[in-house]
Design a protein around this ligand. Structure first.
Ligand SMILES: Cc1ncc(COP(=O)(O)O)c(C=O)c1O
Length: 376
């Protein structure tokens, strides 16, 4: 029975993104791990990854026993194409092109660079649902792509992930990895997630979303939130999306045009406020049609701004806090990141905040955020 709803969700997602096939998981990182395995990534292989990323991505690489190779960013916070060209041909099995905050960076140069060094391309579309390049949806430019539907993503099912592929052969390989390694969602975690979704929709209805984020960040800061860096690919690590999550996902997908419209409208309002305050707008490539997930602004006094925003319970994001968010100091070494190795990413991270674009926001909120930025 649960297969029925998951398959319906996968078909709808595949139709929506115009790909050969889609498979739904409990988390985006599980979708990525299965996709990497289906692409032949094995122990000791190197996988190129953006140096403005998060633990989920590094985890997916590490559970395949592969080695993440961090590539420095360009002005869009996507991989700088020269960074790929600097790698020895044949040394990278796959490069994950992350479309940060919805922007695909210098996509054509990136694809060309991957081809030159002989790396397969996976697109990380966790931030970029509904975005396109020269009219073609993102997710269609590599071998396959992954999406995340965690809180704060273009649309959310609380937790959730999807992989999509662009060839029949890869879909067969993905399905064979799923048969071998994946388990169905556990009923207990499906029920917990469903409760969280109900609570979240009440909180969202009451416009209290930023309070939730504030609580989450505070809990993490005082240490009651523990980071695991245990990279084992045990039987059942990847779990297929359960029935309730698949039903929620299908509904969210139907609702997407409305959500997208809200994000686009809010992005215009943010740009209006930034313009009025004389602050720089974020660069977008002309070829891309972008629905921004968050709107970045480079500033001088990050910690002051983030602290003031938190005092006012405003969701002015300061993350990513490190090249592999939220890892710090020696934890970065556990995912093979050496501090100082991607200087541009580290510099931008130290000067970056970003505004939300999702539901429940209005001009007054954006003006309050921009006021904090421009007063500092
Ligand atoms: C860039 C990026 N890729 C992939 C993911 C996958 O995340 P998850 O496994 O939490 O769904 C995320 C989620 O935060 C992300 O931000």
């Amino acid at each position: 029975m649960s297969d029925y709803w998951r398959k319906k969700y996968e078909e709808a997602f595949g139709r929506f993104t115009g790909v050969m096939g889609a498979r739904a998981f409990c988390l985006g990182r599980q979708a990525l791990a299965i996709l990497l395995k289906a692409l032949g990534v094995e122990s000791g292989d190197k996988v190129g990854v953006c140096s403005f990323t998060c633990l989920s991505v590094a985890e997916a690489i590490k559970v395949c026993e592969a080695i993440p190779v961090y590539l420095d960013v360009d002005k869009h916070l996507c991989i700088e194409p020269q960074e790929i060209l600097r790698q020895e041909p044949g040394s990278l099995k796959v490069v994950i092109l992350q479309h940060t905050f919805g922007i695909p960076g210098q996509l054509e140069e990136l694809l060309l660079a991957c081809e030159k060094v002989g790396a397969k391309v996976v697109e990380d579309c966790a931030h970029s649902l509904g975005c396109s390049w020269k009219g073609e949806p993102l997710g269609k430019f590599g071998e396959g792509a992954i999406y995340s539907f965690q809180w704060g993503k273009p649309y959310s099912t609380g937790q959730g992930g999807m992989l999509t592929v662009n060839s029949k052969k890869l879909l067969e390989d993905v399905d064979s990895q799923i048969r071998e390694l994946a388990s169905p969602a556990s009923t207990k975690s499906e029920l917990i997630l469903e409760c969280q979704r109900q609570i979240y929709s009440i909180v969202e209805g009451l416009r209290l979303e930023s309070y939730l984020r504030y609580m989450y960040t505070t809990l993490r800061d005082i240490g009651s939130y523990k980071l695991e860096c245990d990279f084992r690919f045990y039987q059942g690590y990847p779990r297929l999306a359960g029935e309730m999550t698949a039903k929620t996902g299908s509904k969210q997908l139907e609702n997407w045009p409305k959500l997208q419209q809200i994000r686009r409208q809010n992005t215009e309002t943010v740009e209006e406020c930034l313009n009025k305050a004389g602050l720089a707008l974020w660069p977008k490539p002309d070829e891309a049609d972008v629905t921004m997930l968050r709107y970045p602004v480079l500033i001088a006094h990050k910690s002051r701004i983030v602290q003031q925003a938190r005092k006012q319970k405003l969701d002015l994001g300061g993350w990513y806090m490190s090249p592999v968010h939220p890892l710090q100091a020696e934890d970065l070494l556990k995912v093979n990141y050496r501090i100082g190795s991607c200087k541009r990413a580290e510099d931008m991270i130290s000067r970056l905040v970003h505004l939300p674009t999702g539901v429940g926001l209005n001009k007054k909120i954006f003006e309050a955020m921009v006021r904090i930025i421009s007063q500092n």
